[in-house]
Write a protein that binds this ligand. Structure first.
Ligand SMILES: [Fe+2]
Length: 126
């Protein structure tokens, strides 16, 4: 992986892809250019999306967000991931799960990411 991951979304079919090594070519789906998703860091309204990183006895815990994000079928966090130097780790979530993931690293100064099926891509720092 070269730097921070990028996500692209097809606004026609909803497909989301992660780019781990950027290139010059355009990404196309359903005969249209895919949209680069902004890495959002500032919450709005009452829903909280920014991942919160805490140290635990066995590593770190990442929670979405400072107020727990809903995990219903209609509105939920699909995955939480962290980039820790040369390690990229992710946990997939489903409706009904807690929007929480634990990772085996002692580094708390880490890039954390999450994807909400409605509000898209979020990180704790850019
Ligand atoms: Fe959301």
């Amino acid at each position: 992986m070269t730097g921070s991951p990028e996500l692209y979304k097809c606004d026609k079919c909803g497909k989301v892809i992660m780019v781990t090594s950027p290139g010059e070519g355009k990404l196309v789906c359903c005969d249209e250019n895919m949209r680069l998703l902004e890495k959002q860091t500032a919450d709005y309204k009452n829903e909280k999306h920014v991942p919160v990183v805490e140290k635990t006895a066995g590593g770190i815990k990442v929670t979405v967000g400072s107020t727990l994000h809903p995990m219903t079928g209609e509105h939920h966090i699909e995955w939480i991931a962290v980039l820790d130097g040369d390690m990229f780790m992710a946990k997939c979530l489903k409706p009904g799960d807690e929007p929480v993931a634990e990772f085996p690293t002692s580094n708390i100064d880490i890039y954390a990411y999450e994807y909400c099926n409605i509000h898209e891509f979020w990180t704790n720092k850019k």
